[in-house]
Design a protein around this ligand. Structure first.
Ligand code: AHG
Ligand code: MN
Ligand code: MN
Length: 325
């Protein structure tokens, strides 16, 4: 990771990075939609308690989880931004049963799959939360429908996430590159603050919900025992914030299958694939314990997957412990 000589704005960065590459035709509009939605949402999050938009809507989503008011607001905010971008043909969202389509002109050449608000249990208690986006090229030769979104994560062309934390950061990954932008709260403009991010060699942290121990297989118990040695446990309960810390400081995150979450807890298309893509571009790995997450051909948009995510050596060690048990 290096500090850029000057804090380019996101539009300036896009101009220098993507303008000459046909592969990223229109990506700047998709990223603008994310940054604009993040700015709007950041204000709502900071003001949530005073504005009376904390707590639940009283509804249950397609995941079987209680919907928080900010889950619904963030979903609506980003859906509108992607529609307005004129570049996104379809959005699949953790909070919405069926994907939403916006158009099929040649300009509508992207698909976005998103978790608009990650870390719902932390909204009401002033703890870091975030938003996660997998960005795909639309296959213009195929009909656009929900089934056409069931592609392996390796086909993503970019991924991005936002952490609304002690400051608000936007991290963008494209093939071989991971860059971080920090929001100026006065203007909503995102400025480049770290470029060419790679996992550090040191691995001070591991992140796991220890309360699940009694439901793990022996292999997972042994793998986590191996991680404990000399490392500090850090578990926020917002995947995106745990991931960001481990990316910058070094470490690994795991939420494996257990006797209660038999397919794992986290969502393949909205959480595992996008963060897995970022992890790989930063020199790390992503696995379900057996195979590379990004190689899974999905059978369902809302499906879950066991997730091991982070430093390459640690992901490998965990895989080996699972295999040998
Ligand atoms: P979401 O808020 O999008 O439903 O995701 C919550 C996820 C993830 O952010 C976090 O890592 C995990 O749930 C925490 O689960 P536990 O409370 O079971 O540890
Ligand atoms: Mn989530
Ligand atoms: Mn969510």
């Amino acid at each position: 990771m290096t500090s850029p000589p000057q804090h380019l704005t996101l539009p300036e960065f896009c101009e220098s990075r993507y303008e000459t590459s046909g592969l990223y035709d229109g990506l700047e509009s998709v990223l603008h939609a994310i940054s604009s939605g993040a700015y709007a949402l950041e204000k709502q999050i900071r003001n949530g308690n005073l504005a009376g938009i904390l707590g639940t809507t009283g509804e249950v989503n397609i995941q079987g989880e209680i919907v928080q008011q900010l889950d619904a607001i963030s979903s609506d905010t980003f859906v509108q931004e992607f529609k307005d971008s004129g570049r996104v043909a379809m959005v699949g969202c953790e909070e919405i049963e069926h994907p939403v389509s916006f158009g099929e002109t040649e300009k509508h050449n992207y698909i976005v799959l998103m978790d608009p608000l990650d870390g719902s249990s932390n909204i009401d208690v002033a703890v870091s939360i975030g938003s996660i986006f997998g960005i795909w090229k639309r296959d213009q030769q195929k009909a656009l429908n929900a089934e056409s979104l069931l592609r392996p994560g390796i086909e993503q062309v970019a991924a991005a996430y936002v952490v609304y934390g002690s400051c608000t950061v936007l991290v963008i990954a494209t093939e071989g590159n991971v860059d971080e932008f920090t929001m100026d709260p006065a203007t909503g403009m995102f400025h480049l603050t770290s470029t060419d991010i790679k996992y550090p060699d040191k691995t001070p942290y591991y992140s796991v919900n220890d309360g699940n121990t009694a439901r793990w297989t022996n292999g997972i118990v042994q793998a986590v025992d191996g991680l404990r040695n000399g490392r500090s446990q850090r578990y926020i309960g917002s995947l995106v914030a745990d991931f960001h810390r481990n990316l910058i400081k070094g470490g690994v995150f795991l939420y494996t299958a257990d006797t209660k979450n038999i397919d794992g807890r986290l969502r393949l298309m909205y959480e595992a694939n996008p963060l897995g893509y970022v992890s790989v571009q930063a020199g790390g790995e992503v696995s379900d314990g057996i195979q590379n997450i990004l190689e899974i051909t999905p059978h369902e948009l809302h499906q879950r997957a066991p997730l091991i995510l982070g430093n390459k050596e640690l992901v490998k060690k965990i895989r080996e412990a699972i295999k040998s048990s």
